[in-house]
Design a protein around this ligand. Sequence first.
Ligand SMILES: [Zn+2]
Length: 356
Amino acid sequence: MKKWLIPLLAALLLWRLLPSVPEESTEEVPVEVPDPSPDTAVIPALWQPAPPRVEEVRSEQEDSGKTISEEAAAPSGRDASERIRLLTPGGVITLSLRDYLIGVVAAEMPASFELEALKAQAVASRSCTLHNLRFGQSRHSEAEVCTSSACCQAYRSDEELRSRWGDNYAVYLDKITEAVDATDGLCLYYGEELIYAPYHSSSAGATEDSSAIWSAAPYLVSVESPETEALVPGYCVSVSFTEEELKEKLAASYPGLKEQPLLIGEISYTASGRVESVDLGGQKIPATRLRSLLALRSTSFTLEKVDGKYIFTTQGWGHGVGMSQYGAEALAMEGEDSASILSRYYQGTELRPFED
Ligand SMILES: [Zn+2]
């Protein structure tokens, strides 16, 4: 194993051991905002069910009545031959990696996205899954993965997809299945190493360097990401707190702040332009910690005090490392293919079939 991988894996493992933080802000985040999964897998994540952003032109096609399993009867590639145990709310089920990935891509990215973006998502999700399988990093004793985006990756069953997609079920299932089959077995490798491929919903101008949040990885560096406010619903979101509310939310980690006036001091930034830390009441607080404690959408934020209220205005959604899903959509809309999208967000990696 490469030397630099050890601290990364250790950081990922440590993160998995930490309790999930309540990140979803039900008060401030408009529920109608469509959004793919803001964070991936081992990283505690937000996932909001998303209505299709763009109406699918083929939506009038009739429901073929096929289910994921029937769809999956098609090719017998690498994905079809890999078995995976999935912990669902109803118990453990065993299914092929292919069936699993169809349910994951359907849950993690709106089916209305471009096919090339969905193919990039299929590869990222497959890489995360295979990486966890091969490195024995499952959090579960009875299964390799579960259906929660806050733990593993989000997964939706055939029944859930039928109910969610309604009249678009057949069209969307075909599209997601095509994205998985067209990339059958393909994972991201850096040299000989199968990589863990984190992804997030959207970035503000550039993705984040892994070293700013976890530890450095040569393929997880900050790169430009083209999505804009025009493409991403809820790109900018403001949340405000009174001084008392803010103190209360920070109290568990920073009890000393209770007695202090919460003056806003120096704000430092990472190389990608996100906030690195904020000095509040004389206490230097890492932005990632603030994001967790205050359920902020991202560490790309401004902070101001207006009429006694502390106003955080975030841009983008998610930790910012690896592929931006809306960035992938923007690139696909410009005509880039999935391989090109992946090579941008996972620098220096190659697409290769996973090994048995
Ligand atoms: Zn899990």
